[in-house]
Design a protein around this ligand. Structure first.
Ligand code: SF4
Length: 388
């Protein structure tokens, strides 16, 4: 485990300015006194980055600021206006607040938790490039995000001061990809790759489109949900290039995140012919009940986002208060099956610690020569032709 989070020690590089938000918002000078976010409807402020900003915005009580400063010193904080407006500051366990507002529980690091919980480092083949599976690589374009999720599995490395992939390192990563003909897909992640400017994204896509064996570029992002104003026509155009098919995986964890603005941003991507899939992290106190999970999956499908992954929580440091058991995850998946459309069924997956990859973790409906139905009935099934 790193002794100090990366975002406290790296030279500055933030996301490109969000449309409507002035550059230089990482300036540490005190923000002007703010009225509670909910009282400022229609008047969007900056992204909230410090506990005192959260207190001024009415998202936490002022007496929590000193304790949360210690959390913020270790793990980056950012709450975009879109997410700040969604938080109900009066609710005791608001699921949006739980995802983005720091908590002193994050300083409780359990023995089983790991700085690199899914074993990225084991498969790093170049700076910013992970080659874990035969036909695809993961390219970490930037370690910066629009928001910082309190359960993030790469929380030791992401932050507003983390470095983007330097041009020479990006060139080296592209050289590696070009030299490995087995690479069919490039998964562009980070951080959040859609904090990069349309110009940078277009350059990347042009480069990938020029590598004959790379047929698919898949972007993993929270941007269309947490800062939908970034999904401009320019950004959508930048994601498309000749020679490579673009997919976008959308990260959201609660149905309330699919606001009207988020739905508009997702429609902009879908209308451009970009296929969309979802990823959700199973989070205690956020979405660990069938009704919430089902509503989220239905919301995705309504937005033309095919539910893809439900991730079991990774062993990221200070995130034990978010993790459920796999038994609970399997029970939730059983509750979705049959009660919600087949389109609403994600795969429930675990990234095996140590870099052993992602596998589905059930539930399993087969028991030797019997098969469960969605209502729990068990039926005989002969899995081989009868000799005649
Ligand atoms: S957007 Fe993704 S990479 Fe960034 S903090 Fe959230 S989970 Fe981590």
């Amino acid at each position: 485990m790193n002794d100090m989070p990366a975002h406290t020690r790296r030279p500055g590089w933030g996301p490109d300015p969000t449309p409507g938000e002035a550059p230089g918002r990482h300036d540490p000078s005190p923000a002007p006194a703010a009225t509670p976010v909910r009282a400022r409807a229609g008047q969007r402020g900056p992204t909230l980055r410090r506990p005192e900003d959260l207190a001024r915005a009415g998202l936490i009580a002022a007496d929590r600021v000193p304790a949360l400063e210690a959390v913020a010193a270790r793990y980056a904080v950012a709450i975009t206006p879109a997410m700040a407006e969604l938080i109900d500051p009066v609710a005791e366990n608001d699921p949006i607040a739980r995802q983005f507002v720091p908590d002193v529980a994050e300083l409780n690091i359990r023995p089983e938790e790991l700085a690199d919980p899914i074993g990225d480092d084991v498969h790093a083949v170049a700076p910013g490039l992970i080659h874990r599976y035969p036909d695809r690589v993961l390219l970490k374009l930037a370690q910066v995000c629009a928001v910082y999720c309190r359960f993030c599995f790469r929380r030791e490395n992401v932050g507003p001061d983390a470095a983007s992939l330097p041009p020479a390192a990006l060139a080296a990563a592209l050289d590696y990809i070009a030299a490995h003909a087995e690479i069919w897909e490039v998964i562009v992640s980070g951080g959040d790759p859609l904090v990069a400017s349309p110009r940078r994204l277009a350059e990347l896509m042009k480069a990938l489109g020029g590598i004959g064996h790379v047929r698919v570029a898949r972007f993993h992002t929270r941007v269309p949900v947490v800062t939908p104003e970034r999904v401009t026509d320019d950004l959508v155009a930048a994601l498309k290039a000749d020679g490579v098919t673009t997919w976008v995986a959308i990260h959201a964890n609660h149905p309330r995140e699919l606001t009207a603005a988020a739905r508009t941003a997702l429609a902009r991507l879908a209308d451009a012919g970009i296929p969309l899939v979802s990823q959700t992290v199973l989070l205690a106190g956020v979405n660990d009940d069938a009704e919430t999970l089902g509503a989220l999956m239905r919301g995705f499908v309504e937005c033309r986002v095919k539910p893809y992954y439900l991730h079991h929580g990774d062993l990221a440091p200070g995130t034990g208060h978010f993790r459920t058991t796999i038994d609970k995850g399997q029970a939730l998946m059983r509750a979705l099956r049959g009660h919600y459309s087949g389109l609403c069924q994600p795969s429930y997956v675990l990234d095996i610690p140590g870099g052993h990859g992602k596998v589905p973790v059930g539930p399993c409906y087969r028991h030797d020569d019997r098969i469960d139905d969605w209502q729990g009935g068990r039926h005989a099934y002969r899995d081989a032709p009868t000799e005649t």
